[in-house]
Ligand binder design. Structure first.
Ligand SMILES: [Zn+2]
Length: 412
């Protein structure tokens, strides 16, 4: 396997990645734009764009903003509300496997920033059927969450007649440099299908496994004619703002005091604290498929910002990617499957360039640390992540004020 000499990405990155004559990947090259573009100019461009949507037709909401109980939700809503004076309609897709910290964060966000919210919560039995089928077909139980969170904002925009959807960073631009920031790429159905959804839209899954069109209808993308009628477009803030998720969290945490905390399989405690399985069993499956997991995504990002050397990043990634997923039995119980069935699905997906079976156990043959680096950027700072989730979250007086109906019994 070929690896970037600056970051840790291999050439089997699912978004597609290229390498130049120096052995540096396309993601690292596009990241260099963060230090070469005139970001003040770009922010002015954003301000002008948003001004065109503020207070339009005396509508209650100026834009639709997808949020979760983690990622960059606080930064995005703070920016739009406090800096640009917009009234966003927040939307969130309920994955069903939310952490308590994540449920708190969503309730806290909409309360402190004073926003309306629309939540899509599907029948849990239906969600489980989709999870079982996509685990089998795609090796991903999390497909429903990717599909739901990428389509519910667009459906809401069409239904409520709000023509602007605002996203944070564009993942494929950030990770593999699929576009330049100057392309100002906007959301599209095609990108969603090919990259967010691993090539399979909900329509392609009808009559697969246990699924009917009725099960999948909540994940269907709106008709082109309806999108055109409302004039819905979706922009990415990362094309206009020098996106640095760690720095953004560290600006927002003192202002809003939301929860961030440690995860089983990555050192970045800011981005996935809301999800019980994303940085656990989901990442175990990703690592089986590709040879790398979230810790490589996060370390590659920090290497590009000069906060980790390649060697430091490779060591961190190896430590987390060899860690167990303690949530696996809980996931199996939720999916009404055996742990062994999930592990068997995972074994079918292993990339033979990375894994070999020796003495009945899977052994890794290749990883970024085995390949030469030597293209590090100058160090700009350290890479510490904070943790403020109390060990007994229910004992935290703030957590008792949850304005949410998010809890359910384990057995449901
Ligand atoms: Zn790279």
């Amino acid at each position: 396997m070929r690896y970037c000499r600056r970051c840790l990405y291999p050439d089997n990155h699912p978004f597609g990645i290229g390498f130049d004559a120096q052995g540096i990947c396309t993601g690292c090259r596009v990241h260099e734009e963060k230090d070469s573009l005139d970001w003040l100019e770009r922010e002015k461009k954003l301000a002008a764009l948003l001004a065109g949507y503020r207070g339009r037709n005396r509508a209650r909401h100026d834009c639709v903003v997808p949020i979760s109980g983690a990622r960059d939700s606080f930064f995005i809503v703070h920016l739009l509300r406090k800096v640009y004076g917009l009234n966003p309609l927040l939307v969130t897709y309920n994955r069903h496997y939310n952490s308590r910290a994540g449920i708190f964060n969503v309730a806290h966000l909409r309360t402190v920033l004073g926003c309306d919210i629309h939540t899509l919560t599907l029948d849990p039995r239906q969600v489980k059927r989709v999870m079982r089928t996509t685990l089998d077909r795609l090796g991903s139980f999390h497909w429903h969450a990717l599909a739901g969170q990428s389509v519910f904002p667009v459906q809401t925009a069409v239904r409520a007649g709000i023509p602007l959807v605002i996203w944070g960073a564009h993942q494929a631009l950030d990770q593999v440099g699929m576009f330049s920031h100057l392309d100002e790429v906007e959301m599209s159905r095609r990108y969603r299908r090919e990259h967010d959804l691993m090539g399979l839209e909900a329509e392609d899954l009808v009559d697969e496994g246990e699924l009917s069109a009725v099960d999948l209808e909540p994940f269907f993308y709106p008709q082109d004619a309806d999108i055109r009628r409302v004039g819905v477009r979706g922009i990415y803030l990362g094309n206009f703002i020098r996106w640095d998720t760690k720095a953004q969290h560290e600006k927002m945490l003192p202002l809003y005091d939301y929860y961030v905390g440690p995860l089983a399989r990555t050192f970045d405690s800011y981005n996935d604290v809301d999800d019980l399985h994303y940085a656990g069993a989901h990442d175990l499956i990703k690592t089986a498929k590709l040879g790398y997991g979230k810790a490589t995504d996060h370390a590659s990002r920090e290497i590009r910002f000069g906060r980790l050397t390649r060697d430091e990043g490779a060591r961190l990634a190896a430590r987390y990617e060899d860690a167990p997923a303690p949530d696996l039995s809980r996931l199996a119980a939720f999916m009404e499957m055996g742990e062994g069935d999930i592990l068997a699905a995972l074994d079918r997906l292993r990339d033979p360039r990375i894994w070999e079976k020796a003495g009945g156990a899977w052994k890794r043959k290749d990883r970024a640390a085995d390949h030469p680096g030597g293209a590090d950027l100058p160090k700009t700072g350290g890479c510490d992540f904070r943790n403020n989730v109390p060990a007994d979250l229910d004992g935290d007086p703030q957590a008792r004020q949850l304005l949410s109906k998010g809890y359910m019994r384990e057995s449901v």
